[in-house]
Design a protein around this ligand. Structure first.
Ligand code: KIV
Length: 272
């Protein structure tokens, strides 16, 4: 029996009910045990082990280099901390595109080795077979449309997506496709707010926005961005809730000064 039987876990069904009650869904990324624990204790609905770990954890310029093994390491650290939130894990680049058998194998590894509740993958009609196959194994999928960072080399830029009619129509079609296939939610990244609002109205499953305005069913941000740990990344959609980089640098700077001045440790901070 679970030792946490008094905590009601967030499931895909709970998220669907939230959309129906027009209760907004809060989602944030996490990649390690300690942060995930603080976030879960704050009553977050969904924790995404994003492949943004490639940027904020590993220092790569894009999300492309991170591997399945590395995502599994991050995700299993997160699930060890989480009692309440739904944990969703990004499938990294190269583990699901163009090969639905590989996609299923990758998704099964994530579910088996991390204890997460769902996976997320990028794209619409291009990944239809992979989506179908993963869903057939009973693994819940969150879709991701609009600015899909694993395709950055196709886009060539991180500017707002789907501002033109043709791309907007494809996005709406893809959202319907993902819903019809059986995905439980969709992330819409960096698209015009009116387009996101239309998708959230037309589609019955929860639509989570990042840079997609407020007329959607929930919001997601990258933890290190909203805490102000990352300093160089400042898109319009990013609200910084803290300036943690200054606080960390101050604290570390004070420690360095104390060590140099032999003010740390003091008499009460040593053993006799
Ligand atoms: O990798 C990530 O953190 C994401 C979110 C920005 C949605 O996909």
């Amino acid at each position: 029996m679970s030792t946490h039987h008094n905590i009601r876990r967030v499931t895909t069904k709970v998220l669907q009910a939230m959309k129906e009650k027009q209760e907004k869904i809060a989602m944030i990324t996490a990649y390690d045990y300690s942060m995930a624990r603080l976030i879960d204790e704050s009553n977050m609905d969904v924790i995404l082990v994003g492949d943004s770990a490639s940027n904020v954890m590993a220092g790569h310029e894009s999300t492309l280099p991170i591997t399945l093994d590395q995502m599994i390491y991050h995700a299993s650290s997160v699930t060890r901390a989480v009692n309440r939130a739904l944990v969703v894990v990004d499938m990294p680049f190269g583990t699901y595109q163009g090969n639905s058998r590989l996609a299923l194998e990758s998704a099964i590894r994530i579910m088996k080795e991390t204890g997460a509740g769902a996976i997320k993958l990028e794209g619409g009609s291009e990944v239809k077979e992979s989506v179908t196959r993963i869903l057939s194994a009973g693994i819940p999928i969150m879709g991701h449309l609009g600015l899909t960072p694993q395709s950055i080399h196709k886009f060539g830029t991180y500017v707002v997506r789907a501002t033109e009619e043709e791309e907007a129509e494809k996005l709406i079609e893809d959202a319907h496709l993902l819903e019809d296939l059986g995905c439980f939610a969709i992330v819409l990244e960096k698209i015009p707010s009116e387009l996101a609002a239309q998708v959230a109205r037309e589609i019955k499953i929860p639509i989570i926005g990042i840079g997609a305005g407020h007329q959607v069913d929930g919001q997601v941000l990258v933890l290190h961005d909203m805490l102000g740990i990352t300093q160089e990344f400042s898109p319009r959609f990013l609200r910084r809730y803290h300036n943690l980089s200054d606080e960390i640098k101050n604290a570390v700077g004070n420690y360095i000064s104390d060590v140099k001045a032999v003010e740390f440790p003091n008499e009460n901070e040593q053993y006799y």
